[in-house]
Write a protein of this length. Structure first.
Length: 122
């Protein structure tokens, strides 16, 4: 998948759509005018940009989610690991844990994720 990077305004706009999923585009224009002080043309330009990135789709005048906020965050995380750690999740976790000491609860949560993942592989 192509690299997805969003600027501050793109993030704010995307969050409005996620919070108002399956919103008619006319309602989105009104919402953006109220919340972001945007004109109609700005809203449609930004919408087209995020549709081109594969995050949303304007389906017959209704804006629908193609990629949830969680999926986008996972995609960005994967990009970071690939770019900065050669795709190695263990290297990323080691670097992260070296800078931010993990609590016992966080370690337990990570261990549970690993255990659950191993069960799925069987």
């Amino acid at each position: 998948m192509a690299e997805i990077k969003l600027g501050e305004m793109e993030n704010r706009f995307a969050r409005l759509i996620w919070e108002n999923e399956n919103i008619p585009s006319g309602e989105l224009v009104k919402l953006c005018e109220r919340e972001l002080n945007w004109k109609k043309s700005t809203t449609y330009t930004m919408l087209r940009r995020l549709c081109d990135k594969g995050i949303f789709v304007n389906d017959g005048g209704v804006v629908r989610v193609k990629m949830t906020e969680e999926e986008l965050a996972a995609e960005k995380g994967e990009q970071l690991v690939n770019e900065s750690y050669g795709g190695s999740l263990p290297k990323f976790l080691a670097a992260f844990a070296d800078r931010k000491k993990l609590s016992g609860a966080e370690l337990d949560e990570i261990q549970k994720m690993i255990d659950d993942y191993r069960k799925e592989l069987k």
